[in-house]
Design a binder for this molecule. Sequence first.
Ligand code: PGA
Length: 284
Amino acid sequence: MGRLFVGVLGVSTKRRTIIAGNWKMNKTFGEGKKLAAAIVEGVKDKKDLPEIVLCPPFTLLSEVTESTKDSAVKVGAQNMDYRDEGAYTGEVSPVMLTSMSVGYVLIGHSERRQFFGETNATVNLRLKAALRHDLVPIVCVGETLDEREDGLTDAVVRRQVAAALADIDETDLEKIVFAYEPVWAIGTGKTCEADEANRVAGLVRATVNEFYSRGESGQKNKSTVGEQIPVLYGGSVKASNVDEQLALEHIDGSLVGGASLTAQEFLPIIEAGAKRVARVPSKA
Ligand code: PGA
């Protein structure tokens, strides 16, 4: 209760709430269409909605943007190339995404890092491309189980955040969203303890602040830009644990994988986001 009180009174009161569903490589055309329609129907006429973002596979982006077009539901891609066009077989560019009303893009999801060669350097290139094209980037960071067991969680997360931000101007930060997703908690059913998720989400924010705080003649010019940035938690989020997570100071929303694949499981998570919005109205 104490923690909630601090959150309600603190700077975090101004950060928006975002509930994003990452469908990963799931849903055929017909299934995806049905799921998007069920989410739209489920949030119709609801008050205090969080920012709701569905991230279907590329094959469904067109259909999902169409099904959600007159609703509160927004659409994001799960990845994109950082170049605008060219001979890059199999890739999808930011220009293609914005041309079909996709507004968000996941960047550096751990599965991209683990299986598709994504590195901190390519995350930075994609982040810059997203900003250039006015897409809202959701930048994913998080440690593996080995890194956690070796006590490297904070170092890894700090390095990922700082590397993502290389050469990005502080004035461009308005649009960025981060997601803390401990790799060992993704798709495993093992949720990170809410207090620990909150601590690392706070570390993400503190790292952003440090990154933009410049030392001049021994005097630090302190940045607080990180206080405006939404930080989501992801990793086995479900209806039964989301309320506890969203009550904490540094967790501004959820990036949901498995539990975003049915309306039955995803709608209660959106509802939890709506409760946070009612409790913690955003500035926007
Ligand atoms: P999960 O996935 O909710 O299935 O753990 C989260 C994610 O990978 O974004």
